[in-house]
Design a protein around this ligand. Structure first.
Ligand code: ZN
Length: 151
């Protein structure tokens, strides 16, 4: 059961990153003006999933991220307190990444929102646009994505 939730959370993480890259790429095209329409001629869009997460939650997810230098498991000091206490390698091996700081997060988030906002505005009225509350539990988000994709 633990492995399944690990696979799902890994899948979800990869999916989120790909989605962010995709939306970011689209925003680059969109911000370059008429190229956007030109680009659309060659692709059929089935779904756009917008996983909306507040900056507050993103900050906690990144600022609280801890990785075990021994076994590579990741935890969050805000959301995984019990798992951290019970971790077999001990707390001393849990380290934070140097670039997981507030300034970097805020800068990344603001840039993302600035570049993505025009794309969201453009697509939000389309029938294939789906906004999902990304601050919910992974199982809930996975269920919603599954529902949308299997329609
Ligand atoms: Zn460990």
């Amino acid at each position: 059961m633990k492995n399944i939730s690990k696979i799902i959370s890994t899948f979800f993480l990869i999916f989120s990153i790909l989605l962010l890259c995709y939306v970011f790429y689209r925003s680059e095209i969109y911000s370059s003006g008429t190229k956007h329409d030109e680009y659309l001629r060659y692709y059929i869009i089935s779904f756009i999933l917008f996983l909306n997460v507040s900056r507050d939650v993103i900050e906690k997810r990144i600022m609280g991220r801890l990785t075990c230098e021994k076994c590579n498991k990741t935890f969050n000091e805000y959301f995984n307190k019990v798992e951290i206490d019970l971790h077999e390698c001990g707390k001393n091996h849990l380290k934070k990444r140097k670039d997981d700081n507030k300034e970097t997060i805020i800068r990344r988030y603001d840039t993302y929102m600035k570049k993505t906002k025009p794309v969201l505005d453009f697509y939000s009225s389309k029938s294939y646009f789906h906004e999902i509350d990304g601050s919910q539990k992974i199982e809930v988000i996975t269920g919603k994505i599954d529902q949308i994709i299997n329609v």
